[in-house]
Design a protein around this ligand. Structure first.
Ligand SMILES: Nc1nc2c(ncn2[C@@H]2O[C@H](COP(=O)(O)OP(=O)(O)OP(=O)(O)O)[C@@H](O)[C@H]2O)c(=O)[nH]1
Ligand SMILES: [Mg+2]
Length: 330
């Protein structure tokens, strides 16, 4: 803060804290700008005031576009086999990861707080695709409500860790802590539970990014020591494209989903658009996924796929496996 500001400045500044609407805030900032003496020593302050005004104006425009709600709210409709939230400390490489794994073209920049709205892309894996949602960073600063909502809603979270930064452990701790404060508990394998109220557990993979950076391998070792028991860890270099196929395999595994293809009697199976079911789903669950009425009328099914089945009849309670082909009989 420049030393030679008139006392009036500090009087007006107090008003900013009690300003409730964006318009009130902008008005106070403009007033401050007019009070600031214009010389070299206050250039930085003037610039900061101007950029704050610009940001508030932009937020206001965005709100208008969103139908006048209090803050910009973004939601992302699920597409593909699963929705996966990219979370992490500022500058960890979340947007670069999205860019390297999908056709999306998010802004990537060598400074923090680049992303302020969700960027979405589809990552193809074998015959299915995962929807990746790149989000603004999670840090000590205020986290927008809608960001947490998207994380809560996602089928899986990728916590991106920056292996090029000496503070990577502290950054990871902060991200986990901030989520836990907001009642989202990142968990590793086999622990996720669904609660109707209270905290929710979110299945999470640690993505150790920037493996190409100097000493990244040493930091990776430390990360494994700290978090290896708690989370699956996949090391990647988003920039070089290293580890991304492995990451998709681990995503598929951690989602605990299976693909089931359907066929009509006397016709070849539809291999283009599998049903996506939770592991341990039954023939009846698959029928329900196709149509509710259908499930009610279901008598039995025939199954192809796993080696022992070649059109064999199975009961409604039969537990399906990944890549089974099922023919419903009603
Ligand atoms: N060396 C190296 N740099 C990377 C890698 N991935 C991302 N970066 C760099 O890290 C910086 C931040 O990348 P972003 O993708 O914008 O990071 P972000 O996590 O989306 O950042 P915010 O949107 O601010 O939260 C950029 O300079 C990227 O080029 C990587 O695999 N290796
Ligand atoms: Mg980003």
């Amino acid at each position: 803060m420049p030393a030679n500001l008139p006392p009036e400045y500090f009087q007006v500044e107090k008003k900013y804290r009690t300003a409730r609407t964006t318009d009130e805030k902008i008005a106070v900032l403009r007033e401050l700008l007019s009070i600031v003496p214009k010389h070299k020593g206050t250039e930085k302050l003037q610039k900061e005031l101007k950029s704050k005004i610009a940001r508030l104006k932009r937020e206001k425009e965005e709100r208008k576009a969103q139908g006048g709600r209090r803050a910009a709210i973004y939601t992302v409709r699920k597409e593909g086999a699963a929705q996966i939230a990219l979370i992490g400390y500022p500058n960890a490489g979340k947007s670069q990861l999205l860019k390297s794994m999908t056709n999306a073209q998010p802004e990537v920049a060598p400074y923090p707080f680049t992303t302020f709205k969700p960027n979405v892309g589809m990552a193809e894996f074998e015959d299915i695709a995962f929807q990746l949602v790149d989000l603004p960073p999670i840090s000590e600063e205020h986290i927008e409500y809608w960001v947490l909502d998207i994380v809560r809603n996602a089928d899986l979270a990728l916590l991106v860790v920056d292996l090029s930064d000496d503070d990577f452990l502290e950054q990871t701790r902060v991200v986990l802590e901030k989520l836990e404060e907001r009642k989202i508990i990142p968990v590793g394998k086999g622990e996720a539970e669904i609660h109707v109220v209270g905290p929710i557990e979110k299945r999470t993979i640690l993505v150790a990014n920037k493996l190409d950076a100097p000493d990244a391998d040493l930091r990776l070792e430390m990360l494994r020591e700290y978090y290896g028991d708690k989370f699956p860890i996949v090391a990647v270099s988003a920039v070089e494209g290293r580890g991304l196929e492995e990451l998709k395999r681990v995503i598929f595994r951690e989602l605990e989903i299976i693909r089931v293809y359907t066929k009509e009697p006397g016709k070849p199976p539809d291999m283009s658009d599998p049903l996506i079911l939770k592991k341990n789903s039954t023939v009846l669950d698959a029928a329900r996924e196709v149509h509710k009425d259908f499930a009610e009328k279901l008598k039995y099914a025939r199954l192809w796929g796993s080696s022992k089945f070649d059109g064999q009849r199975v009961e409604k309670t039969y537990i399906l496996e990944d890549r089974d082909i099922v023919e419903f009989h009603i």
